[in-house]
Write a protein that binds this ligand. Structure first.
Ligand code: OGA
Ligand code: NI
Length: 335
């Protein structure tokens, strides 16, 4: 059992096992310094709405990523949430498995490396926990009860994330020319929360925490550990570091929003690298539609702009299945 999670067996060895060594072309390599290019930081608390809208649209078109500050979520809750997930990852392996086994449908997952550990021969330097967190609270009785205040803290946090994600999506709608509440129903009904831990790694230059990927979501909101770098975003063929800003959230466009916006907003590749100094924890809120939702370019954008849809329709369920089976190029099949 101790072999199962990286955070349990990682014992300060000076090298990584061969199965964690990435192919040379996938290793971290060079990162652009922040003075060259930086992910835009958007102040949601100040300034006029039109300016905020324009900044969010521009960042979503050019980077597919931005950070938000003055977003209204309390610092206390952000700290408590990071801490509760750190406590979770520090629990004995059997407790972690038990706490994620209450749902008979198996929608609560705890795993090392990636969800498809067995299929991928080169492993990633992380452990993850992920589970649905519908705003209706309908699955709360399956949530972990250890650490003891998990349900209370993660429940408050995911309610705040639901509010914040809908606020951000409403601003995007204004910018795109969609009805303000376009995403408020089934398109945001089935969110998940995840937490990754990237333990200190003896050879960061050979390993990756998460391989390059795009998110199969509407949007994703990520809270990263203070002062620990790791997240990188691809821009013009180069990797840009997303530097942790105290109190900020990182927001990125998912492939589903790329389809709905008919390619105007972009789901951009990103990855996480490791470091030898200190463990890094992230908390990720994924905005997903209900499985039955039809994903297609929004009618208002097609008719309103007198353009052709560049993607075919697909149900969210089919999209998510294809994404896990075919990998990240899935939306190209819809063109
Ligand atoms: C993800 C992701 C990055 C991170 O979970 O999709 O990109 O920094 N995570 O943990
Ligand atoms: Ni991601």
């Amino acid at each position: 059992m101790n072999q199962m999670f990286l955070s349990s067996w990682n014992n300060g060895d000076s090298s990584v096992p061969p199965s964690y060594v990435q192919l040379p072309e996938n290793r971290p390599g060079k990162v652009l310094s922040s003075s060259h290019e930086a992910i835009p930081v958007i102040d949601l608390g100040g300034g006029d709405r039109a300016h905020i809208t324009q900044q969010i649209l521009k960042a979503s078109e050019e980077y597919g990523f931005f950070q938000v500050i003055n977003h209204g979520v309390s610092q206390d809750l952000m700290d408590q949430t990071l801490n509760i997930f750190k406590e979770f990852h520090a629990m004995p392996p059997q407790d972690k498995v038990n706490e994620c086994s209450k749902d008979p449908e198996g929608s609560f997952k705890i795993y090392t490396s990636g969800e498809n550990y067995k299929k991928i021969s080169i492993h990633f330097w992380k452990d993850s926990l992920v589970h649905p967190c519908p705003p209706s609270g309908e699955n709360l009785h399956y949530w972990p009860q250890k650490p003891s205040n998990y349900r209370e803290i993660v429940g408050s946090y995911t309610r705040e994330m639901n509010k914040l994600s809908l606020e951000i999506l409403e601003i995007m709608c204004e910018g795109l020319g969609l009805e303000a509440r376009y995403f408020c129903g089934e398109l945001s009904e089935n969110p998940s929360v995840a937490s990754h831990i990237y333990p200190p790694c003896p050879e960061p230059s050979l390993t990756l925490g998460v391989s390059r990927h795009r998110d199969p979501t509407i949007i994703t909101i990520l809270l990263q550990d203070k002062e620990v770098e790791g997240l990188q975003v691809l821009k013009n063929g180069e990797w840009i570091g997303v530097y942790p800003i105290p109190n900020a959230f990182v927001v990125n466009i998912g492939l589903l929003l790329q389809i709905i916006s008919n390619g105007r907003l972009v789901g951009v590749e990103h990855r996480a690298v490791t470091n030898s100094r200190i463990a890094r924890t992230s908390v990720v809120y994924f905005v997903y539609p209900s499985f039955e939702s039809i994903i297609e370019p929004a009618q208002a954008l097609i008719k309103g702009n007198n353009t052709q849809p560049i993607y075919k329709s697909i149900t969210c369920r089919e999209f998510r299945t294809n994404f896990y089976q075919k990998g990240p190029k899935v939306e190209e099949d819809l063109q």
